[in-house]
Ligand binder design. Structure first.
Ligand SMILES: [Cu+2]
Length: 119
């Protein structure tokens, strides 16, 4: 009986992880024409998986629709980039990703999560 309860607990945790982290990561886009709009709303970046080419300048245009102050910050920890996103006013972040790899970007507390894939 104890094992069964543990098993249910593990399945529940797996489901929660899938729902909150993996499931949210579904929307993907490629930066085309050097610029891409990213909507910040309801706990997700949309798109949240962004493809870009190494050595090419890109502009990510963040449009924050979530008034929660935590969503104000966007941090690309591995790229040393961070910004404050104004509420409902597009914010353009321009930079050139020069190394290939996957770079996570998050809000202050990492509830919002996205990934920049540089190819
Ligand atoms: Cu947050």
């Amino acid at each position: 009986m104890g094992i069964l309860i543990n098993l249910i607990g593990v399945l529940l945790i797996a489901f929660i992880i899938w729902w909150f982290w993996l499931y949210k990561k579904q929307s993907e886009a490629t930066v085309e024409g050097s610029s891409l709009d990213i909507i910040v709303d309801s706990g997700v970046y949309k798109p949240s998986v962004i493809h870009a080419k190494a050595g090419e300048e890109i502009t990510l245009r963040f449009i924050r629709k979530d008034s929660n102050p935590c969503s104000e910050k966007v941090l690309f920890n591995d790229l040393d980039i961070s910004a404050d996103l104004p509420f409902e006013t597009p914010y353009e972040m321009t930079f050139t990703p020069d190394k290939k790899g996957e770079f996570e970007f998050t809000c202050q507390m990492a509830m919002y999560r996205g990934k920049l894939i540089v190819e």
